[in-house]
Write a protein that binds this ligand. Structure first.
Ligand code: PHE
Length: 451
């Protein structure tokens, strides 16, 4: 079989983001998610505070930014879904036919994440409701997080609702659905966060939160801090999932990729740091500890909201913010799969959305049950939830990122890269070596320590 044949593509005209700012908003919408508001603060809380933040920023700039530019570049040049874009460029660069298939890894990863992400988002929606009722009004045992996990029907209800919300947006397409939803939710998210920040400045312990997050104690710098920071930089930008490739494929040719990517990374970081400061300020002000780990959002914070003045309203606003963050990220996870079905298999958008949503919804049901009824169903020593999470974040995402970096660093023709990125001589040199060596070595470091 000749693998060099051009892949079929639908002849329908491709959509484009209506402006560069729209692209920045949707990309930031993908990047800003549970990773910023849930994962980043708890990692900072358990991995040495300031040193972690510093190493994380370095990883974002060196590894995150350069890989993000690479993915957007592949999408805009390939001008198709993530698999076809890479295949197109591999062919244009006369690469070995095997390179044409590396996009499939990212599709698999996105599918795995999309099977459990709505379940986690469902927890957040349950907490939004609890906050609306008032955390204090609930019987003690009911407000606990572990208790929630043992109610599969509640989990399935929220999971189903979230899958419908995500599919409902993607159904309307690139500009009328994804762009419009992000252009509403991202500014709303930012304003809520600014409001909470101002509240925290006057009513909580922002000073202590600052010291906690920016006090650099280099004796705390260990390889586990480095690993956590690198993994977080990767996760928060959603790299290795084909999202930036697909979003980049809807980008107009005149938009400068490097500067636009830098804005997205800056927005993502700003929101993570602000969320961290707000959360720790509230936690400290209520005399609670910052190092609770993953339970920070679901155990520590509700306890803080239940005792602080106005906690009812602020708790509700906070969890609405988290729902928006998770929603825009889930939308970005669904689009690469939908684009693949539309462009490679000539599906209509509506059918593609329904098919993928139904498939991920079904697996998601198993995830909901894996905390209770099916807790004995283990594969490779892990529950279904842990398996999907581990497979995507520890294997598929890094592997796909590694191959994309090597592909861009060693295989793609230089003039293709230059015509898309238009870097100066110095930045071109830095970016190329990041792709050839630094990013692959960083990913191998994550890989060998995680598996
Ligand atoms: N970046 C998102 C976050 O920070 C999560 C995500 C991961 C989204 C992978 C898409 C792909 O929560």
């Amino acid at each position: 079989m000749n693998t060099h044949v051009a892949y079929q593509q639908s002849n329908a005209p491709r959509s484009h983001w209506s402006s560069r700012w729209a692209f920045i908003l949707v990309t930031a919408g993908s990047a800003v998610g549970l990773g910023n508001i849930w994962r980043f603060p708890y990692l900072a809380g358990t991995q040495g505070g300031g040193v972690f933040v510093l190493v994380y920023l370095a990883c974002l700039l060196v590894v995150g930014l350069s890989l993000m530019m690479a993915e957007i570049m592949l999408g805009r040049r390939g001008h198709a879904d993530s698999v076809t874009s890479i295949a197109n460029i591999a062919r244009e660069s006369n690469a070995h036919p095997l390179w044409q298939h590396i996009g499939w890894l990212s599709i698999l990863s996105t599918f795995c994440i999309l099977c459990f992400y709505p379940v986690v988002a469902g927890w957040v929606m349950e907490y939004t409701l609890r906050a609306a009722i008032g955390f204090t009004h609930l019987p003690q045992q009911n407000s606990s997080f572990t208790e929630l996990l043992t109610h599969p029907l509640t989990l399935i209800f929220w999971h189903t609702l979230f899958v419908l919300m995500t599919g409902g947006v993607v159904l309307f397409g690139v500009t009328k659905g994804i762009e419009r939803a992000n252009c509403f939710m991202m500014p709303a998210l930012f304003f809520i966060l600014v409001g909470m920040f101002i509240y925290a400045a006057f009513n909580a312990d922002l000073g202590r939160a600052f010291t906690f997050m920016f006090k650099f104690d280099f004796s705390q710098l260990t390889s586990s801090v480095l690993l956590a920071a690198l993994g977080q930089a990767f996760f928060t930008l959603g790299l290795g999932n084909g999202i930036m490739i697909v979003y980049g494929s809807y980008l107009k040719s005149e938009t400068p990729i490097p500067r636009t990517s830098l804005y997205v990374v800056a927005a993502d970081t700003l929101i993570a740091i602000m969320a961290g400061l707000v959360i720790f300020a509230i936690v400290f002000a209520q005399g609670l500890k910052p190092d609770f780990g993953p339970g920070l959002l679901f155990e520590t914070l509700p306890r803080a909201f239940s005792t602080m003045t106005g906690g009812h309203l602020w708790g509700f606003a906070f969890f609405v913010l988290v729902v928006f963050a998770a929603w825009t990220s889930a939308i970005s996870l669904l689009e690469p799969l939908v684009a693949l079905l539309i462009e490679r298999f000539q599906f209509k958008r509506a059918r593609a959305v329904i098919l993928i949503s139904a498939a991920t919804w079904l697996v998601g049901i198993a995830v909901c049950l894996s905390f209770s009824t099916w807790s004995n169903a283990v594969l490779f020593d892990a529950s279904i939830f842990d398996m999907l999470d581990g497979l995507s974040s520890k294997i598929l995402m890094p592997l796909s990122g590694l191959l994309i970096a090597l592909f861009c660093g060693w295989i793609v023709k230089r003039d293709i890269i230059q015509s898309e990125l238009q870097l100066s001589a110095l930045t071109r040199f830095a970016w190329e070596w990041a792709m050839k060596l630094i990013v692959p070595m960083a990913i191998l470091f994550i890989f060998t320590n995680n598996v």
